[in-house]
Design a binder for this molecule. Structure first.
Ligand SMILES: Nc1nc2c(ncn2[C@@H]2O[C@H](COP(=O)(O)OP(=O)(O)OP(=O)(O)O)[C@@H](O)[C@H]2O)c(=O)[nH]1
Length: 341
């Protein structure tokens, strides 16, 4: 049999939406800015599977000088625990934020979450005020903020889940009431505040939009699930084309893979015809559950090269991004800034 050669680039067949900046994202961000004076720390959550792409430049600008912890969520979905790959990957990602405390976390891992609690409790330079310490948790939609807070509370003060979580973005729509996660003898307890996930105004690179959609930062209806699986297939093939061997030989063709997957998992419509959209959504869910390999979608070496080369600014600057967003809004007043999701 001929050796399988994966695609080295993803071909874009059609237009892919580049924004998911909703009304409650804008309102949430504005409230966060207004309450910054009463906040001691910001915990910025990013997705472990897209550690570069899930950085939202809006937070850099809005929450600028506050003491910051960067938390990469969903670690369990992006690497094999204690593997050399995990160690190398985390070393590279950590080097991107030399000035911040950086944590890699599977929310259900007591060891991972306890490190954050320990840092907040022991931070010698951090605030230790009688009124208590307030921590704002921010990040893209569906990145795992509420789940992290529930576990911080559970492992920190032994209390049950306080916040609603879910598999689609937009569960949290407003800044929540403070949740106590650490009791300190001094009486300066630590409280965290959940915030609505905020998407960026414009994603310049179509691949990045596909990565964010695969990670679940965008509602599943925004991009065709077949296009998403095609992109996922491209990524899986670069890592391990055996990951879907239950349903198909290694392939670069998305439709035969989805047909075979639909037939073997019983996702059939009238007359036994494979239900391709439903198969695509199920296939994506399998990846999101860690059932199709654990790898990251970003190329960290390319990011390092980009950071080393001051002339090669692949990402839009904040002012450029906001300009594009304003233009988009002017032209299509109700598409990207409505309150619906
Ligand atoms: N496997 C895994 N799943 C996680 C982890 N953290 C969160 N999740 C899942 O990710 C989904 C989103 O989590 P949420 O906590 O609701 O995300 P959020 O950032 O609060 O979402 P918004 O309400 O959109 O702001 C849920 O299905 C969680 O169970 C993690 O560390 N590992």
């Amino acid at each position: 049999m001929a050796q399988f050669i994966p695609r080295q680039a993803f071909p874009h067949y059609g237009a892919i939406p580049r924004s998911y900046f909703l009304g409650h994202h804008r309102a949430g961000l504005s409230k966060m800015k207004n309450m910054l004076s009463s906040i001691d720390y910001v915990v910025e959550c990013r997705d472990y599977r897209a550690p570069v792409t899930s950085i939202n430049p809006l937070f850099e600008e809005a929450l600028g000088n506050k003491r910051r912890l960067v938390v990469y969520t969903k670690r369990d979905l992006g690497s094999i625990p204690k593997s050399p790959t995990q160690k190398l990957l985390e070393k590279k990602v950590r080097s991107f934020d030399p000035k911040s405390a950086v944590f890699f976390v599977s929310s259900s891992s007591r060891a991972d979450v306890t490190q954050i609690i320990k840092h907040l409790r022991d931070d010698a330079e951090g605030p230790d005020r009688l009124v208590g310490c307030r921590v704002l948790v921010v990040g893209m939609p569906n990145i795992g903020k509420s789940t992290l807070i529930n576990h911080l509370r559970n492992f920190g003060v032994g209390k049950a889940k306080a916040l609603k979580t879910g598999g689609q973005p937009g569960i949290t729509r407003k800044i929540a009431s403070p949740v106590k996660i650490i009791e300190r003898e001094s009486g300066s307890h630590v409280y965290v505040l959940d915030t609505p996930g905020v998407f960026m105004p414009y994603v310049p690179d179509a691949d990045n939009m596909l990565k964010l959609a695969l990670c679940g930062c965008v509602k599943d209806a925004v991009i065709s699930p077949v296009t998403l699986v095609d992109y996922l297939l491209y990524q899986i093939n670069l890592h391990d084309a055996q990951a879907y061997k239950r349903w198909s030989e290694p392939t670069n063709e998305v439709m035969p893979l989805l047909e075979s997957f639909a037939r073997q998992t019983g996702l059939l419509g009238k007359g036994g015809i494979p239900n391709i959209d439903s198969a695509a959504l199920h296939f994506i869910q399998k990846w999101r559950a860690g059932d199709l390999g654990r790898f990251i979608l970003d190329d960290l070496d390319a990011e390092q090269r980009r950071r080393d080369d001051p002339d090669q600014k692949a990402r839009l600057s904040m002012s450029q991004a906001l300009k594009v967003e304003r233009t988009t809004r002017k032209n299509k007043p109700d598409v990207n800034t409505t309150n619906s999701s």
